[in-house]
Design a protein around this ligand. Structure first.
Ligand SMILES: Cc1cc2nc3c(=O)[nH]c(=O)nc-3n(C[C@H](O)[C@H](O)[C@H](O)COP(=O)(O)OP(=O)(O)OC[C@H]3O[C@@H](n4cnc5c(N)ncnc54)[C@H](O)[C@@H]3O)c2cc1C
Length: 331
């Protein structure tokens, strides 16, 4: 591998079931900065069926080039197939850096693609920069339970790949009249379809409620909530404020609430306008997932809990008294 042959910054624009993931716009922000620092192009990769129409949107939000592989065989996400297509694209066009969102899909896709391509991957990074001395990608991510930040490089192979946490970057704004190039990539279904796995059925989750990653208000509960039933009070407050319920790891480990609500180092990263932490102590692993909130309100019996110091508004008291009082005022 002659690494000098590899040029341009790529991002994977995740699209599923007729929707472009908001992570595409976040990666365009991160990728645009890298591409500008390197004086290279920013390219987006779009795989799926009926995804062609997202290409101009990606250009408007910062992509110079969009590679589109639009094929009925890509309608349902299969990591083997998608990774083979990406590996083929990489072999043909030789990107220098490749960012993939650290979503459920992206985590598995990035790892498989890196193996097929024979390059290194930094998983679950929260920050990416270019080292001006040698143009290498510096991908930073929490390690040792969030106590240290590690900056990881990949010196000898290209592309330097990285999966980037959702919400780590702001979404790129649209710019009217922005022009770019769309390159169609031909897909040979017989060549790529995996012999190991087949798509059987897509079942939509029955879970209602607002997606944590889209919520502008989050009411999160910790061990202080006390029980599964205790979360009903938080749900009331979240509904009243038009927000979603989240949790620290404490109640998830206790089985009071499902893991998909967990916020923190080993859960989701969120960036709401308002984060109300109820009965959460504010350990570093929790803060790793929510410290980007615009306004943090903490309700805690212990005035010395770390979250009370990090919060913009600290309400000392029992959440079972404070939340009903808030509901009364909000009525
Ligand atoms: C590798 C690793 C990864 C981790 N990943 C995560 C993660 O992703 N997310 C995460 O959250 N944690 C994570 N943790 C766990 C983390 O270290 C803490 O243990 C956890 O966040 C504590 O949850 P908690 O704040 O709900 O509980 P506690 O620390 O037990 O705090 C409960 C708080 O509730 C208060 N309280 C009690 N009763 C009331 C009441 N009635 N009214 C008001 N306040 C009350 C108490 O004063 C206390 O401050 C991780 C740990 C490790 C080692």
């Amino acid at each position: 591998m002659n690494i000098k042959d590899y040029k341009n910054v790529w991002i994977f624009a995740q699209a599923q079931r007729g929707k472009l993931s908001p992570t595409a716009y976040e990666l365009l922000t991160a990728g645009r900065k890298l591409a500008d620092d390197l004086h290279e192009k920013l390219c987006a990769v779009l795989l799926g069926h009926n995804v062609q129409n997202f290409a101009q949107d990606l250009i408007s939000h910062g992509a110079d080039v969009v590679y589109v592989c639009d094929d009925p065989a890509l309608e349902n996400y299969m990591d083997d197939t998608y990774a083979r297509v990406l590996a083929e694209l990489v072999a043909q066009y030789k990107p220098n850096k490749f960012l993939i969102p650290a979503t459920n899909m992206g985590r598995s896709l990035s790892a498989k693609t890196a193996v097929f391509v024979g390059t290194g991957l930094t998983a679950d990074a929260t920050d990416v920069t270019i080292n001006p001395a040698d143009g290498q990608l510096h991908a930073t991510r929490p390690t040792f339970g969030g106590n240290l930040m590690a900056t990881i490089t990949c010196a000898k192979t290209r592309p330097e790949m990285c999966s980037l946490r959702p919400m780590a970057y702001e979404k790129a704004p649209a710019q009217t009249g922005r022009k770019g190039e769309v390159i169609a990539f031909k897909f040979d279904a017989t060549k790529y379809v995996s012999p190991l796995a087949k798509f059987v059925e897509f079942i939509q989750s029955k879970e209602g409620g607002l997606d944590l990653s889209e919520a502008e208000v989050i009411v999160a509960g910790g061990r202080g909530v006390g029980s599964k039933d205790g979360f009903k009070l938080l749900e009331k407050l979240a509904t009243r404020l038009g927000g979603a319920v989240g949790a620290s790891r404490g109640p998830v480990d206790s089985g009071w609430i499902d893991y998909r609500y967990q916020i923190g180092l080993t859960g989701r990263t969120v960036k709401p306008k308002l984060y109300i932490a109820c009965g959460i102590s504010g350990q570093i692993q929790h803060m790793a997932g929510m410290s980007g909130a615009n306004v943090i309100v903490a309700i805690n019996k212990d005035p010395n809990a770390p979250i009370m110091k990090a919060a913009h508004f600290a309400l000392e008291g029992d959440l079972h008294e404070v939340i009903p009082a808030m509901l009364e005022v909000l009525h």
